[in-house]
Design a protein around this ligand. Structure first.
Ligand SMILES: [Zn+2]
Length: 669
């Protein structure tokens, strides 16, 4: 139904606004002043009435929808496990059934990982470390220290090249090893305690286990010291060091890359991008000098932690105790069916996704979404043309990039072929290994080949969206194209405030501090005039400072640099979705002032937007995410964006100088 994406399919005012979750009147805290704290106004009652479920660490609109999608997926997996109708259903049904078989897992204990542990036990010669690592990856599809895979070449985005990158840490970020504050020290103690307990579960004495855990900490700390910081990795030039295999060899004399690449069946590799050279120097140091028993402890630890979730209950529980409870503040273990549903989706997403999409994503939803995307593209074009700080030359280049956007909506046109993956109903660990080996083969097979632009990086039921600068594409899985983000039958103001802002957000990523360094073809190239780039940086610096002052837990502020790209995308997305709403209303002859429940279209737009971000999170999760998540917390995604947008202040009658209408607002796009 062309033209119906917004406006035309209007339902009765009451049923639209108020009944739908995205514009939930019951969520609003009328005692709060929207000009002082808009997030509290839009979400105050929601936050009060929606405490964090005990099996979650954060609870918000994304989680609500994620849980709903996960439940729908679960009913499908369960049916497929009980009575499959197609070979594909048999495959993912068996995967799920194997994961659900808690009795078998408990009976087996650590037995499924004994072959790996025996191989580690038998390894005693540090000169053969490359052969050992390569062999473990080949046999069991997991590795140590670093990652090796394919990546698009920054300088020629049509080509896939090999890349080796830092890895091999058990804590979420290098800072956890290096920071000197009391909280970090405490977490390190708890981590060592956790590693010790896992070794005890493998049958080691408490004394031996403690010594092993201490060795793990020493090795990982050295690797962390060599690792590149998250913030530095946001600059494309920092993560691009193409070397010959010979040059890489010089960096790590004691790790024989020829032997390793041969084990990976990549003997023909001539050059490779060494993403983080400092890390490989640190790895070399460890391989050359660490005590051999320390290295073995490190290898054992990364084996047990890799498979812990799929082993018997004591491993699952101890893994939960540290990673979910201590680090994230989760109170109770997530029910097994939820975990197995997620794991099956992660493993065979494009198999389960085919049936999921057929059930939950009608073709009309895809057509409507395409029109919505085009409305947003038109708004971004208008936005670029109207920028007062950018020269015509740079504007022309920016428009070229916008025109070159590839829109991917719902699900892939061509589904991944899983026929080579062998799934057994009674071998959860074997299934995990099969899938990892399949993904590894698929990934390495890309090296030296042209890029497949049709490939997706998320599974269809995922409640998320993404922009990939190297491909210059925006991707919206069917999972997010559901209420409350998207419902083409409801009030357009709410729809534009929800999915409209999400679309605008992904588009703006093409022009954030990172995306702006890529050209329309996905190559890293300077397409800005020097003068415009300087002005752009002044503007992004404003956001770095602004968001760096926002607090998410007592004494814990956001990292303005880490979150810059996402904040820029949030701000830009809000601007262009608002413009798109206003031009759509005008085009369709709809009023821009008619109220529903006392709110104008502009107010409903902002409330719909704010309510997408309603959430509660544990203090632990807030702190963890401040260090590792490039996204700001829900509160600041809402308030940070509206306080930088004067249309918000106008819509709610705020005065300049009030918190949500500051005189010194930041504006990039
Ligand atoms: Zn984003």
């Amino acid at each position: 139904m062309p033209g119906a994406i917004v406006g035309r399919a209007r339902c009765g005012a009451r049923a639209c606004f108020g009944a739908d979750k995205a514009s939930d009147l019951s969520a609003i805290d009328k005692t709060a002043d929207p000009c002082t704290n808009f997030y509290q106004y839009a979400c105050g009652n929601w936050m009060k009435n929606n405490p964090i479920p005990s099996d979650q660490t954060r609870w918000g609109r994304f989680n609500e929808l994620g849980e709903r999608n996960n439940y729908l997926l679960y009913t499908e997996l369960k049916a497929a496990a009980e009575a499959p109708k197609t070979p594909l259903q048999k495959k993912y049904g068996d995967y799920f059934a194997a994961c659900m078989n808690v009795n078998l897992a408990d009976k087996l204990g650590a037995k499924p990982i004994e072959p790996m542990l025996k191989t580690i036990d038998a390894w005693n010669d540090r000169k053969t470390i490359a052969a050992f690592v390569g062999e473990m990856e080949r046999s069991y599809a997991y590795g140590f220290f670093f990652g090796f895979g394919s990546a698009q070449d920054q300088k020629d985005s049509t080509q896939q090249i090999g890349a080796v990158d830092q890895g091999g840490l058990g804590l979420p970020d290098r800072d956890y090893y290096l920071n000197d504050d009391d909280r970090s020290k405490k977490i390190r103690e708890q981590y060592v305690d956790h590693v010790t307990k896992m070794f005890v579960l493998l049958g080691d004495t408490p004394e031996t286990a403690a010594a092993e855990a201490s060795s793990v900490m020493t090795v990982e700390t050295a690797l962390a010291q060599g690792s590149m910081a998250r913030v530095d990795r946001r600059t494309p030039a920092n993560v691009y060091h193409v070397m010959t295999v010979g040059e890489l060899q010089e960096l790590t004399p004691d790790f024989n890359w020829k032997v390793y690449f041969a084990a990976k069946q990549e003997s023909g590799l001539k050059t490779v991008n060494v993403v983080s050279p400092g890390f490989f120097k640190a790895m070399q140091q460890q391989i050359a000098t660490a005590d051999i028993t320390a290295l073995k402890s490190y290898l054992r630890w990364h084996t047990v932690t890799r498979f812990a979730e799929t082993l018997s209950e004591p491993f699952v529980q101890e893994n939960f105790n540290f990673y979910s409870a201590t680090l994230n503040g989760q109170k109770e273990q997530t029910p097994r069916w939820k975990r197995c549903t997620r794991m099956t989706d992660r493993a065979l997403g494009e198999a389960v996704g085919q049936d999921w999409v057929a059930q939950n994503f009608p073709p009309a939803a895809k057509d409507n979404m395409e029109q919505l995307v085009h409305a947003l593209e038109a708004a971004l074009k208008q936005d670029i043309q109207g920028l007062d700080w950018m020269s015509d030359a740079t504007k022309a280049e920016a428009e070229k990039k916008l025109v070159a956007f590839r829109d991917k909506i719902g699900y892939p046109n061509k589904w991944r072929d899983y026929s080579s993956v062998v799934v057994k109903r009674d071998d959860a660990i074997g299934n995990l290994t099969q899938v990892s080996a399949f993904n590894d083969r698929r990934d390495l097979a890309k090296i030296g080949k042209p890029v497949d632009e049709k490939e997706w990086g998320m599974t269809p039921p995922t409640v998320n969206a993404y922009y990939n600068p190297a491909q210059n594409d925006i991707n919206f899985p069917a999972g997010i194209l559901q209420p409350p983000f998207y419902d083409f039958k409801i009030d357009p103001a709410v729809n534009f405030g929800g999915i409209g802002v999400v679309i605008g957000h992904e588009m703006t990523h093409g022009f954030d501090d990172e995306g702006a360094q890529y050209d329309p073809q996905g190559n890293v190239r300077q397409w800005w005039t020097a003068e415009d780039k300087k002005k752009f940086t002044e503007r992004t610096d404003c956001e770095v400072k602004e968001y760096g002052d926002f607090e998410v837990a007592p004494g814990q502020k956001l990292n303005g640099k880490l979150t810059l790209g996402e904040n820029t995308a949030d701000n830009g997305g809000l601007h262009i979705a608002y413009q798109a709403l206003m031009s759509t209303l005008a085009k369709e002859g709809d009023s821009t002032t008619a109220t529903i429940d006392g709110y104008t279209p502009a107010q409903r737009f902002f409330i719909g937007f704010g309510q997408v971000w309603c959430e509660n999170r544990t203090e632990q999760a807030a702190r963890l995410r401040a260090k590792t998540d490039p996204h700001s917390s829900g509160e600041w995604r809402a308030n940070g964006s509206v306080q930088n947008f004067d249309e918000f202040g106008k819509a709610f009658g705020c005065r300049v100088g009030q918190p949500m209408m500051p005189a010194n607002a930041c504006r990039v796009w």
